[in-house]
Write a protein that binds this ligand. Structure first.
Ligand SMILES: Nc1nc2c(ncn2[C@@H]2O[C@H](COP(=O)(O)OP(=O)(O)OP(=O)(O)O)[C@@H](O)[C@H]2O)c(=O)[nH]1
Ligand SMILES: *[C@@H]1O[C@H](CO)[C@@H](O)[C@H](O)[C@H]1NC(C)=O
Ligand SMILES: *[C@@H]1O[C@H](CO)[C@@H](O)[C@H](O)[C@H]1NC(C)=O
Ligand SMILES: *[C@@H]1O[C@H](CO)[C@@H](O)[C@H](O)[C@H]1NC(C)=O
Ligand SMILES: [Mg+2]
Length: 395
């Protein structure tokens, strides 16, 4: 979500591609290989650009032995272990049709076999129709929660004159959702509040699902158990560039935070994903947060709590249009170790207009139905090559 991308519009996309080419040339000309980290001990999980089956075969044996032993038998709850985790969707009542389609696909491709509960959140009460049509899809526990008023709406200390001027300017500039107040509420909620909701307190890991997304492959392993076993905090499938006009002062705010609280920055951070010059400027790369499998204890921890409070008090979520995608990505990239961020390469995922489609052996193993040739991974607007760089893979 966060990144409602400008890419829907060809002219802006063109401008962006030019920008990307300039950045690429700049990298080639000015960066030395030694400036980047070498492969980490977990880099085998990330693979190379030619063959990227992220999770090695022995991992399956280790994690889901009973399930794999019965790989022809798809109809039971075959796990011997279960993670402390939930599926999660934020939605409006009007999102019902897309919500039903997404839940249907997640259940078919993953959750029918694994049986994780679902939590739905909304700043209004969910309608009876919404609850009924969602609940019939799955046999796992489903709960519907209302978001506390103060976790959603614009705080009273925000200068509304300044905020509305900011919205007007962004709308005039043609920024997608630039004039929308509800979009800003949503981005701020997803950045700093969802994991505080009472319905999420029993859980550590969540898989964020939006209405109208698609899952193209069987998920025959438990990504939540994987997160725990490999000490991961944040998992993604698609990365791309943010629209700079939505975050004019975000990076300066991040830099000020880092200066004041250097102790929260991991020495093993993923700055090479976020910046071309060691942190002076933000390259706009982020993980597309409409898909996230992540550890809420990371968001709940001291470092991210301080980080979010620092960002929030500037009012940037309202005066500008800071997305939860760059906010989460910058935090994951700086406050956790780079080897705690995971690319779920085997999960085929689509949120209009982009698709991550596994290739080669992973495509076959996952019985994927997406077009391998259309995977966004190395599209000019993708930041995957920057992520590879973090892992010592130079293209
Ligand atoms: N309850 C509620 N949910 C919202 C609201 N706005 C957005 N959402 C949800 O927040 C998530 C992100 O919103 P989207 O409208 O998909 O934003 P996006 O992905 O950036 O943009 P799209 O390209 O339009 O999908 C989705 O799960 C929406 O259902 C809102 O005002 N209220
Ligand atoms: C897997 O299946 C084989 C043959 O049915 C059986 O002998 C073995 O005990 C099973 N292993 C596990 C871990 O369930
Ligand atoms: C699940 O995780 C949450 C958050 O860390 C924790 O409060 C809860 O006790 C955990 N539940 C179990 C059963 O471990
Ligand atoms: C995860 O962290 C624990 C505790 O620090 C450690 O014992 C374990 O080896 C780590 N696992 C991996 C796969 O790095
Ligand atoms: Mg969306």
């Amino acid at each position: 979500m966060a990144l409602a991308t400008l890419t829907a519009r060809p002219v802006v996309r063109y401008i962006f591609l030019v920008f990307v080419v300039i950045i690429a040339l700049h990298s080639i000309l000015s960066l030395t290989h030694s400036g980047y980290s070498q492969a980490t001990s977990l880099s085998h999980l990330l693979g190379s650009s030619q063959a990227r089956p992220t999770v090695p075969a022995d991992y399956y044996e280790d994690i889901v032995p009973a399930y794999l032993n019965s790989s022809n038998n798809n109809n039971g709850h075959l796990l011997t272990r279960k993670a402390n985790a939930t599926m999660l969707m934020l939605a409006r009542n009007s999102d019902i049709d897309g919500a039903v389609r997404s839940v249907r696909e997640v259940e078919d491709r993953f959750n029918r076999k694994f049986g994780y509960p679902w939590v739905f959140l909304n700043e209004e009460d969910f309608s009876e129709e919404f609850k009924k049509r969602i609940s019939v899809i799955t046999t796992t526990p489903v709960s519907f929660g209302r978001i506390p008023h103060d976790h959603w709406f614009q705080p009273s200390w925000i200068d509304e004159g300044k905020a509305s001027a900011g919205r007007k300017k962004m709308e005039d500039d043609g920024v997608i959702y630039g004039g929308s107040l509800s979009y800003r509420n949503m981005c701020r909620f997803n950045s700093g509040f969802f994991y505080r909701h009472e319905l999420l307190q029993p859980y550590r890991y969540y898989w964020r699902v939006e209405p109208d997304v698609h899952f193209h492959c069987e998920v025959d392993f438990d990504p939540f158990l994987f997160m725990g076993d490999y000490n991961k905090t944040y998992g993604f499938t698609i990365t791309m560039y943010e629209f700079e006009k939505t975050i004019p002062t975000l990076w300066d705010t991040v830099k000020a935070f880092v200066k004041e609280h250097p102790q929260y920055v991991s020495p093993e951070n993923a700055m090479a994903f976020l910046s071309e010059d060691g942190g002076e400027r933000y390259n706009l790369c982020h993980f597309w947060s409409n898909f996230e499998i992540a550890d809420m204890d990371f968001w709940r921890g001291e470092a991210y709590t301080k980080f979010f409070e620092y960002l929030d008090k500037t009012g940037g979520f309202y005066y500008e249009r800071w997305g939860d995608a760059p906010v989460h990505s910058i935090a994951a990239g700086l406050l956790s170790r780079k080897d705690q961020i995971h690319f779920f390469s085997e999960i085929g995922y689509e949120h209009n207009p982009y698709t991550h489609c596994p290739t080669g052996e992973a495509w076959t193993r996952g019985r994927c139905s997406c077009n391998e040739g259309r995977s966004f991974d190395y599209d000019g607007y993708s930041c995957m090559a920057k992520w590879d760089r973090v892992n010592g893979i130079v293209h």
